[in-house]
Design a protein around this ligand. Structure first.
Ligand SMILES: Cc1cc2nc3c(=O)[nH]c(=O)nc-3n(C[C@H](O)[C@H](O)[C@H](O)COP(=O)(O)OP(=O)(O)OC[C@H]3O[C@@H](n4cnc5c(N)ncnc54)[C@H](O)[C@@H]3O)c2cc1C
Length: 429
């Protein structure tokens, strides 16, 4: 197999998940994260400098993810498909505004707020829209309700919360981390390498994730709406009700806001998920203490207020969630574990396909992710013959058609939305 020497190789072999942990961990600060518009946030070596210390590879969830012996090894049906599930709950934030602006019911935010106000934590590290460029994201340490409320809602575009882990490390007390499954894995790996960080991580909340669309997806969504990215004042992907609408507000207030249903916008954006996201078996943040997703097992009625599924995965998660219930931050009821599969069948089918997809990569001798403790082979066996053949042959086809047997060179790919958008022929208004 071709050799991976550093994160530049991880990126060029399309294995990067964009969590940003490599930028945090590099002792020389030689890694910077850039937005490769057609792919995602990806690491580049500053002036090609690298001292080959291996820290960036040690922290990278893109090349290796493993359940600690004992945790992912349990053979019960639920953990074979979803990792450890101590308890499953459904409900919402008791704070009506957080519930309204939140993605599904604002539970990730409400639990974060409880941690700050009642559990002695200093802040929540998570991502939100970048005020300087609202179609892109940035990492923030939110320290109060206003900060948290302003960063509610899923952003179906690249985000690297681990690039801000030094904010947790330097905080005066423990902090909460919120991120996607790959972000939480990057955090966990970084915690094992940096004791200063480990001491400051008070709780990890994961959100479910089917894959992150590239910035190209957002640009093309704006193109559909006939809006130039430079004219965007605010871009929301969902929230404001459940599942909420994608909503784009323009700088010039004379132009009306543009709205698109969740089904239409996610249906469009999901086509822009990069190759590596299709190799990810962890859709439900198995390495988090608590993870949150949508209870899609039932039809959402018109004007229904939000609702979220909450998976408790660790003893710490249990303690925090029960505290948040007692203190009235969240309103939850226990539900049957079977609702996880009923709600997230697409995530389960993705997990089932990973073994076949990786097999195709091995056949080409190209670098592939090392994934342990996810029971990938037995999950793959759950599919029928046609499914199994498709998982392998579909990937072979993709590798050949898109030349994935060669590393890609991002080179001087334009990272600047302003330059990029000038190539478009958009009529405003
Ligand atoms: C790319 C993507 C794909 C998803 N796929 C699924 C899916 O297949 N099934 C499912 O049930 N749910 C999925 N979700 C999660 C879902 O949309 C909700 O985030 C989840 O239900 C939690 O809702 P909430 O109301 O509790 O979160 P909120 O209280 O609104 O908080 C959301 C938190 O997520 C953080 N966040 C938002 N976008 C990102 C991002 N791109 N990267 C890292 N952190 C982010 C915010 O900073 C905020 O702290 C996805 C989310 C994303 C971003």
């Amino acid at each position: 197999m071709k050799t991976i020497r550093n994160v530049a190789d991880v990126s060029s072999w399309r294995l990067c998940l964009g969590c940003g942990a490599c930028a945090y961990i590099c002792p020389e600060k030689n890694v910077r994260i850039v937005d490769v518009i057609q792919d995602g946030l990806r690491p580049q070596l500053v002036d090609g400098n690298c001292k080959d210390c291996g820290s960036c590879l040690a922290v990278c969830p893109g090349i290796h993810t493993e359940h600690a012996a004992g945790s992912g090894e349990k053979k019960d049906e639920i953990s074979r498909c979803w990792g450890t599930v101590l308890e499953l709950w459904e409900g919402f934030s008791e704070d009506a505004e957080i519930r309204y602006y939140g993605s599904s019911a604002g539970l990730a935010t409400a639990i974060g707020l409880y941690c700050i106000e009642k559990a002695g934590m200093q802040g929540v590290l998570h991502i939100g829209s970048n005020p300087d460029e609202p179609v892109r994201n940035r990492t923030f340490l939110s320290v109060d309700r206003a900060g948290l409320l302003g960063r509610t809602g899923s952003r179906y575009s690249p985000a690297s919360p681990c690039d801000g882990l030094d904010m947790i490390e330097k905080a005066s007390g423990p902090c909460v981390f919120i991120g996607k499954p790959c972000d939480v894995t990057g955090l966990r790996k970084a915690q094992t390498l940096r004791e200063e960080l480990n001491r400051r991580v008070g709780l990890a909340i994961g959100i479910f994730c089917a894959g992150t669309p590239s910035t190209q997806g957002t640009i093309d969504l704006l193109r559909k709406a006939r809006i130039d990215p430079r004219d965007v004042a605010e871009m929301r992907y969902r929230g404001k009700g459940w599942p909420g609408m994608a909503e784009i507000r323009q700088i010039n207030e004379d132009f009306p806001s543009f709205q698109m249903s969740y089904g239409e916008s996610w249906g469009f954006l999901q086509q822009y998920r990069p190759f590596r996201c299709h190799l990810c078996p962890d859709g439900s943040s198995e390495f988090a203490d608590i993870s949150c997703g949508d209870p899609w097992y039932r039809k959402v009625e018109n004007d229904e207020k939000g609702s979220s599924l909450v998976v408790v995965r660790t003893e710490l998660g249990l303690k925090i969630l029960h505290g948040a219930i007692t203190e009235g931050y969240v309103n939850l009821k226990r539900v049957h574990n079977g609702l996880l599969e009923a709600s997230q069948i697409n995530l389960l089918w993705k997990r089932r396909s990973v073994w076949g997809r990786v097999l195709a990569m091995k056949a080409f001798g190209i670098p592939y992710p090392r994934l342990f403790g996810f029971h990938l082979f037995s999950n793959w066996l759950d599919g029928d013959m046609e499914f199994k053949a498709r998982s392998v042959l579909g990937t072979v086809k993709r590798i050949v058609a898109r030349k994935y047997y060669k590393p890609c060179r991002y080179g001087n790919a334009s990272m600047n939305i302003s330059e990029y958008s000038s190539e478009m022929t958009i009529k405003k208004g």
